[in-house]
Write a protein that binds this ligand. Structure first.
Ligand code: PBG
Length: 407
């Protein structure tokens, strides 16, 4: 088959770049396509079109892809479409024009708010490194859920902060663990108006601060941890979660959770898999939010992904798909837009991105100093995450962004 990419370039005229060797050296350097080079380009492309039509006709019946020379002769010549006839600024002239041609639309419907609920407190507690975010009481979380519904935000992701931690993280799957209680509260408060998601991991609940139960070497024991994840999934689903969101990066976690959910009669509970989750320094403020520090100053590089890798993310996602993920997530977001775009191209299911605590805190800190315009940068960042290919965005900015978007 001829290279269709080249055809598209040639047919679209004007901007000719990325040509293959021998086609046009002047255009490769970004200059205008000269008459001779253009003639050659059209000829070569027409040959490719003829070949393409033959190939396609053999497979699909008669094809009608026009040859480039006829396109050029029938209308304007390709060269005439360049400046000054072609002016990109025409469509940027007024706000209404810009709205009409906008390729990306960020809306309230895209947003999920991650929130923290802490056991055993009477007042919400501010989180120093996450200005504007609190550890909720059960009561204040109910109010927050109500506010989200009023703002039109469709999703809420819950993290729990228990009073007691142990080796297995048993509060994560206790029927009366803080997240399970909060799920029941919020469901009672808002019914189905919010999609209730529960982060499914053990790090908030283990005394080691790791995402699983440890083996003799002090690293999470993958397979024993999977059993516990299954129990957490059941507890969350029993408490009314619409979605379990496994974030622990254990191999096989999606399959183990799907099996546990289906075995417990929760076929309808969906899995939003933190599929491409990187070992990022941008999670720093989150660890304050959930009072987690890894014992002995360890890190999660033994299970989360290496930020240097891209192909590995595609392999992770393929596995999660095969194991039954309903949505795949990339985390963090802004430094990983290439990964979001790669996933969007690779899968048919929704792609989520998590704009994480450090991304939020950097924005807040710079805005607090008056160095940047908070709302403008917030919208630019979230829009860029959407443009890269995310269908839904987890962000601590969800409520504020909803206010700006609707205001
Ligand atoms: C693990 C988990 C983390 C985050 C979400 N789920 C922390 C980690 O992996 O160390 C980070 C979220 C954020 O930084 O906003 N349960």
């Amino acid at each position: 088959m001829p290279p269709v990419g080249l055809l598209q370039l040639a047919v679209s005229g004007g901007e000719v770049s990325g040509l293959q060797d021998g086609q046009s050296s002047s255009s490769k350097q970004g200059g205008p396509v000269g008459g001779e080079a253009l003639g050659h380009l059209i000829e070569t492309t027409d040959e490719l079109v003829v070949q393409l039509n033959q190939d396609l006709t053999a497979c699909h019946g008669p094809m009608v892809i026009p040859m480039v020379s006829s396109t050029a002769a029938a209308g304007r010549s390709l060269a005439a479409m360049a400046f000054p006839e072609r002016r990109m600024r025409r469509l940027r002239r007024t706000p209404a024009l810009r709205r009409l041609v906008a390729e990306t639309r960020l809306g309230v419907d895209d947003l999920v708010l991650p929130a923290f609920v802490r056991q055993g407190i009477d007042e919400p507690r501010p989180i120093g490194s996450l200005p504007g975010v609190v550890q909720h009481t059960r009561e204040s979380l109910r109010k927050e859920a109500r506010r989200l519904v009023d703002l039109g935000v469709p999703g809420l992701l819950l993290f729990g902060v228990p009073t007691v931690k142990d080796a297995e993280g048993s509060q994560a799957f206790d029927r009366d663990g803080i997240v399970q209680l909060a799920l029941r509260d919020v469901r009672d408060e808002v019914g189905d108006a919010l999609v209730l998601m529960a982060d499914l991991c053990l790090d908030e609940y283990t005394d080691s601060g790791h995402c699983g139960v440890l083996d003799a070497s002090g690293q999470p024991d993958n397979d024993r941890t999977l059993d516990l994840y299954g129990r957490v999934a059941l507890a969350q689903a029993d408490a009314g979660a619409d979605v379990c969101a496994p974030s622990g990066m254990m191999d096989g976690q999606v399959a183990a959770i799907r099996r546990a959910l289906d075995g417990g009669g929760h076929e309808q509970v969906a899995i939003v898999a933190y599929a491409a989750k990187y070992a990022s320094a941008l999670y720093g403020p989150f660890r304050d939010a959930v009072d987690v520090s890894i014992a002995g100053g360890g890190d999660r590089r033994g299970y989360q992904q290496d930020p240097r890798n891209r192909r590995e993310a595609l392999a992770e996602v393929q596995l999660d798909l095969d194991e039954g993920a309903d949505v795949v997530m990339v985390k963090p977001a802004l430094a990983y837009l290439d990964i979001i775009a790669a996933l969007r191209a690779a899968v048919d299911i929704p792609v989520a991105a998590y704009h994480v605590s450090g991304e939020y805190s950097m924005l807040k800190a710079a805005a607090e100093r008056g160095w940047i315009d908070h709302d403008a940068v917030a919208l630019e960042h979230l829009t860029s995450i959407k443009r890269a290919g995310a269908d839904l965005i987890f962000t601590y900015l969800a409520a504020e962004a909803a206010e700006v978007l609707q205001g």
